[in-house]
Ligand binder design. Structure first.
Ligand SMILES: NC(=O)c1ccc[n+]([C@@H]2O[C@H](COP(=O)([O-])OP(=O)(O)OC[C@H]3O[C@@H](n4cnc5c(N)ncnc54)[C@H](OP(=O)(O)O)[C@@H]3O)[C@@H](O)[C@H]2O)c1
Length: 284
């Protein structure tokens, strides 16, 4: 059984490989990477590394030779992802890869998030390909809220536009562990899994948790879309990223990140990482 992972040098990809190695010999894992020079650690672990660039068609088909299961980790250039994913799906079909797991987005078929369109298109392409598949519809990463934690503590303010929308964000590690379970067990063909954390929180809860764990008072300030956009641009974030963040918060206010689905904890066999644990980890 040969299992290949795209984006294997990315944050999620590395974690998936970490969890796969608990279940599979390194010889059964193939890392598909855009940048082989970033894959030295993977090679040292005995994992075969193959060059695989979504934008370089001639790298795709040969790298998929002999693969039984492919995890397509969604690409990270918003707006270019559907053709990139299509190139991978077409190559998988041509290489007779029987099965693809794809990291999608929570409720991708109905989600109003701007990001959902490329995930919907990719899911449709996979279904149309006739290959067996599993859609791993990951909710937001909890880490998305913690990247600027030092600044949040320094200023005492957590900014957002999500109002009191409840959020079931899990850690990358939780989603990675679920992907590894799906890739190393049976019965997941042609299934769609909505993956979200066991417990939900609001951005007010997040500010409260940061306050408790840092000892510094932090409060959540809800802004209008225009004001939040302005503040993120002033902080130096690129407009394309700002649009994604603000869009996500506006839909969070309407429930886009909320889920009572327990599939994630069932797949990994334990509750997902708590907000407290995730904030503690962000301090390090
Ligand atoms: N649910 C969420 O909250 C959330 C948040 C952010 C992103 N995402 C999605 O989840 C994916 C995985 O997340 P992540 O944190 O692991 O992102 P990441 O660290 O940015 O990893 C993305 C991976 O995709 C690879 N990649 C990009 N363009 C490629 C190309 N043309 N050909 C081959 N590989 C290419 C990158 O290769 P290099 O290592 O060479 O750069 C990297 O390994 C993201 O790509 C994005 O689609 C989800």
């Amino acid at each position: 059984m040969k299992i290949a992972i795209t984006g294997a040098t990315g944050q999620l990809g590395q974690l998936v490989i970490h969890y796969l190695l608990k279940e599979q010999a390194a010889a059964n894992i193939i890392a598909l990477v855009r940048s082989p020079e970033k894959a030295v650690d993977l090679k040292l672990q005995g994992i075969e590394v193959r060059h695989f660039d979504y934008d370089v068609p001639e790298t795709l088909l040969p790298a998929l030779h002999g693969i039984d299961k492919l995890l397509l980790i969604s690409a990270n250039e918003v707006g270019r992802r559907t053709p990139q994913h299509k190139a991978v799906i077409d190559a998988a079909k041509a290489a007779h890869v029987p099965y693809i797991a794809y990291t999608s987005l929570l409720r991708a078929n109905t989600s109003k998030l701007g990001l959902s369109q490329e995930h919907r298109e990719t899911e449709n392409l996979i279904q149309a390909s006739g290959l067996s598949y599993t859609f791993l519809r990951n909710n937001w990463y909890i880490e998305n809220y913690l990247t600027a934690i030092a600044h949040v503590i320094e200023t005492g303010t957590l900014l957002g536009a999500a109002q009191q929308g409840r959020i079931n964000a899990a850690t990358r590690a939780n989603y990675a562990e679920a992907a590894a379970k799906v890739l190393t067990s049976t019965g997941h063909e042609n299934k769609t899994y909505e993956l979200a954390s066991s417990e939900s929180f609001t951005l007010t809860d997040l500010a409260q948790t940061i306050t408790e764990l840092s000892g510094k008072a932090v409060h959540y300030q809800n802004l209008s879309a225009a004001d939040y956009t302005q503040r993120l641009l002033q902080a130096g974030l690129p407009k394309s990223l700002v649009d994604v963040i603000v869009d996500a918060d506006l839909h969070t206010a309407e429930g886009a990140m909320y889920s009572i689905d327990k599939t994630l904890e069932q797949l990994i066999g334990h509750p997902t990482t708590s907000l407290q644990e995730a904030v503690k980890a962000a301090f390090h």
